[in-house]
Design a protein around this ligand. Sequence first.
Ligand code: URP
Ligand code: ZN
Ligand code: ZN
Length: 490
Amino acid sequence: MKDYDCVIRGGRVATATDDFPADVAIKDGRIAAIGFGLAKGATEIDAAGRLVLPGGVDAHCHIEQLSAAGIMNADTFESATASAAFGGTTTVIPFAAQHVGLRLRTVVDDYMALARKGAIVDYTFHMIVADPTPATLAEDIPALVREGHGSIKLFMTYDKLKVDDEQLLDVLLAARRARALVCVHAENHGMIAWMSKRLLEAGHTAPKFHALSHPRGSEAEAIHRLIACAELVDQPIMIFHVSTAEGAALIRDARARGVKVFAETCPQYLTLTAGDLDKPGSEGAKWMCSPPPRETCDQEALWRALALGDLQVISSDHAPYAYDATGKLMAGPTPTFKQIANGLPGIEARLPLLFDLMVSKGRLGLGKFVELTSTAPSKIYNLHPRKGSIAIGADADVVLWNPEVEVTLTDAMMHDKTGYTPFAGRRVKGWPQTVLRRGEVIVSDGTLRAKPGSGQFLPRGGGAAAEPLSAATADAVLAARLGAALPWRG
Ligand code: URP
Ligand code: ZN
Ligand code: ZN
C-alpha cells in the first residue's frame, strides 16, 4: 500500500505568491504534501523541466447556452470542457441563462442536468436574470443562492436580456439580501441601438461596423451608472469584459473610494483590435464580440489596470458560434452586423495566450499569471481554498506546463466545436502538457483521458459578496437625518 496515490516529482511549483522547486503528493484527489523526499506514490509523474501550476479557473464562459435570439452555442458541456482541459483549465463558471417568461429555478435545473451529463472539468454557474419578476426576486434567487448558486449575471444591453435601471436596482437588492455577487455586462443599450440604426441606414452593414456601433462611451456610461446603482444599495459587483481605458479608469476611481467593485477583462481585449473585424465579406464575423475589441492604447491601459489590481480576473468569455448557418451566418451568407451572433471562442486558447504574453514574454510575470487566471477568480467566486492554488488540502487540480515548447495556434488544433479560433496564426511559447483534475490525469500526450460527466458541481456562496460594505454613504446619512430607512436597511 503506497502512501500517496500520485507524486509529481522534480518540477517547479508556482502559485500567485511563491515559486519554488518541490514535489507534490496527492491522496484522495487532494494535495497531501509538498516537499522533498516524499514517499512513493502509486503513480509517479516526472515533472523535470516543467512548471507545476494550479489548474486554470475560467470564470466566464458560455456553454450549451441558447442565446436570446434563439442561436445555440456550438459547444456542449462535453466539447467545451474537453477544450478547457486541453488548455489547462480545470474549473469553469458558465451560465444558467434565464429568458423572459422562464422560471429561474427551472432554468438552473436544466443547465445543471446538461453539465452533470457532459462536464469533464469541475463547474459552478452564474445565474443570468433577464426577467426579475417578484417570484424570481423573492423566491428563486434566495433559494438558489442557498443551494450554492452564489452569483447572478445581468445585461444592460441586448434587446431580450437587458434590465432597466429599476430592475437593476431590484436585482442588486435581492442579491444583497441573499448574499450573492452580481456580475454585469455593462454597455449603454440606447447608444448602441442608435448608432446601429444610423450605420445600417447609411449602408454600413459589414462586420467591421459592429465595433463602431458600440461606442467606447457606451461602456463608460454603463459602468458609471452601474457603480452608482451598486453604491446606492451597497452591493458588491463584478464588471465583466472591460474593454476600454475609460472603463478601467472608472473602476479604479470607484475602488479608490472604497466601493466593492471587481472587474474582469479577456484575452481578446488584450490581443485584438477593432481592425481585426475588417476582413473581406462576412469573415470579420469571427472576431465579433461585445463589447468589441478596441485599440492598442486600450490594451495598454488594461495591462496597467491588471498590474495595479484595478482589474483582478482574466476570463475567456468563450461564446462559441460556428461560422455557418447554425451560428454566425444564421441570417444568410452576407448578414448585416446586427444579424450576427456576438461572441468568440477562447476557452482553450486563454491560458496559452496569456502564458506566452505574461510568462514567456515577461509581462507581469508568472505569479500574476497564476493570480489572474486561477487564484483571484477562485477567491472572488468563493471556490478558494478548494481551487486556485497548490496548497495542502486543495483539490489536486494541477497543470504541468512545458515553458519551452513553441506552438502556432490553428483552427484545427482546438477541441471545441466552433471550427475556428480568432487567435489562429499566433505563435505562443509555453504549453499545458499534462492536466490533473482532483488528482486524476485528464489530459496527457495530447489525449483526453476523462469521461463526460466526471466533472463535479461546486456549490458556493456569494464569496466576495458575502460582506457588503455597509458604508456610511451620503444617502445613508441623509436618510438617517430624515428618520427614513434606505431600502436595503428595511
Ligand atoms: O459577445 C459576447 N461577449 N457574447 C457573449 C455574451 C456576452 O455578452 O457575454
Ligand atoms: Zn457579456
Ligand atoms: Zn459573456
